[in-house]
Design a protein around this ligand. Structure first.
Ligand code: IPE
Ligand code: IPE
Ligand code: MG
Length: 256
């Protein structure tokens, strides 16, 4: 098995690995450093990051990924200089203006995960309209993690569980999962972080409990289709044990 994968990897720029994750999460990091390395303002990096999204999204549709979650703005990102926050907001605005038609044509269902607290009401409406417009699409679900934080998401879920009057003994892991923004979706199999850091930065804390993590030094604006394929090949080399031992997995191995 390992040899087959190694051989196939030689063609990584063209070939698809055998197992495609159902759900991929991407921490799109490194825009600022990408710009700095070129003597450009950080905001230019964000604009290039926006441009890069299209090819990654289209590749995911092409590869048969069912859910893609992109980390666009964390609840902690409000701490950045106001000017940068403004640019990040305007970029989401632009994406919604420019891309929703194409996303819809590609069968993409747009969903927002995160909070609307502090978000300009006009942007809130645009986000809700995009979700509404694409709600019946089922080729790929695109979760836009915008004004998102994993801890805040769990707090939000717990509050709603309490509001619904659920008795403590009835609270289960499955129930908490259902009350999260991603309720009803499969957990991420693979979480990619560009920009070289090895941390979660509050991304999909609950859902990522058994995700395979992949960090690449490549900055987000440079993370192209072949870089995505490389991550998928690495995912195929991982052995997901879910707490078991190899012999048990070999008994009901499905390919990865
Ligand atoms: C990721 O790039 C974009 C957002 C966090 C919104 P950064 O802006 O964090 O870029 P670096 O990490 O400073 O290079
Ligand atoms: C994570 O990147 C958030 C997004 C990509 C939207 P950050 O750049 O905010 O993460 P830290 O601050 O380096 O942990
Ligand atoms: Mg960063």
């Amino acid at each position: 098995m390992v040899n087959v994968l190694d051989n196939q990897k030689k063609n990584a720029s063209v070939a698809l690995p055998p197992v495609i994750p159902q759900h991929i999460g991407i921490i799109m990091d490194g825009n600022g450093r990408w710009a700095k390395a070129r003597g450009l303002p950080r905001t230019q990096g964000h604009h290039r990051g926006k441009e890069n999204l299209r090819q990654i999204l289209e590749s995911c549709v092409e590869f048969g990924v069912k859910v893609l979650t992109i980390y666009a703005f964390s609840t902690e990102n409000w701490e950045r200089p106001v000017g940068e926050v403004r640019v990040l907001m305007s970029i989401l605005n632009l994406v919604l203006d420019q891309e929703v038609k194409r996303l819809h044509k590609n069968g993409v269902q747009v969903r927002h995960i995160g909070s609307m607290d502090g978000v300009d009401p006009r942007l809130q409406k645009k986000i809700m309209d995009a979700c509404e417009h694409t709600r019946d699409n089922d080729r790929l679900v695109l979760n836009v993690a915008f004004n998102y934080g994993g801890r805040g998401e769990i707090v939000h879920a717990v509050r709603n569980i309490m509001r619904d009057g659920v008795a403590p003994e009835d609270v289960t892991e499955e129930m908490i999962g259902r009350y999260l923004y991603t309720g009803g979706q499969p957990d991420p199999d693979l979480i990619i972080r560009t920009g070289g850091e090895f941390r979660l930065s509050n991304f999909l804390l609950w859902q990522g409990s058994y995700a395979e993590y992949y960090s690449t030094p490549t900055f987000w604006p440079d993370f192209d289709k072949s870089a995505l394929l490389e991550a998928l090949w690495e995912f195929n080399r991982r052995r997901r044990r879910f707490g078991m031992i190899d012999e048990q997995i070999d008994g009901h191995q499905t390919g990865n």
